[in-house]
Design a protein around this ligand. Sequence first.
Ligand code: FPP
Length: 250
Amino acid sequence: MSQAASILPEPAADVPAQPPRHVAIIMDGNGRWAASRHLPRVAGHREGARAVKRTVSAAIRHDVQWLTIYAFSSENWRRPAGEVMDLTGLLRQYLRTEIAELASNGVRIRFIGDRDRFDAGIRDDLAQAERATVGNTKLNLTVALSYGARAEILAAARAMGEAVRQGRLDTDALTEDAFAGFLSTDGIPDPDLIIRTSGEQRLSNFLLWQAAYAELVFLDVLWPDFGDEHFAAAMADFSRRERRFGARPG
Ligand code: FPP
């Protein structure tokens, strides 16, 4: 082997691909998808719900254990009332029609975010979906609803302060791990890979604490068009990244 060849990295094919344990997705572009077809925005959201189904299947096929999707941000409440109703209606429909299939595929569903802002009917549906899938372990699907990372971090800081004030927590024990235990994602590993569709390159108040070391992949596809090939492309991109967590290369 020539000297030049010996300093090349091992070919990727020799390295068993380690799938990301946790993939999180900012599903963006439903409105633009609909507008480009002269359809109402709700048509984009409806097609977006179908893309969610495809993505859950793709995650299972790729041995991803945790999948988190940003379905409704705390800022989305500012959209016109009709669109908010369309989105919550689609969510309810999704829960009612898909939960049996999710459960039979071994999916456990959880919700993070401020569910108190939803009406009692939706809150019941969310609790019911969580209960129905609590024993499943194949894929942990977390749906962020009425979620905003700054509000989550502030609530955690308040709860931690209260625990100190009541003497349940010592100031010496104020570690990063202890703080993470006050977040809504307590018990969920940090995302290894965050995908955002539609070409926008922002985190938009999504998992800001948890994203500290995530690899970010921005794809030029509108969410309703997202399919297996895009999921596979993001996974391939992830496998090429060298994750150092702030350390120097070995
Ligand atoms: C962003 O597109 C997407 C959303 C605000 C909502 C995501 C919702 C779904 C995929 C459907 C329902 C979800 C579930 C879990 C069944 P946008 O409207 O901001 O698009 P734009 O930036 O092109 O206007």
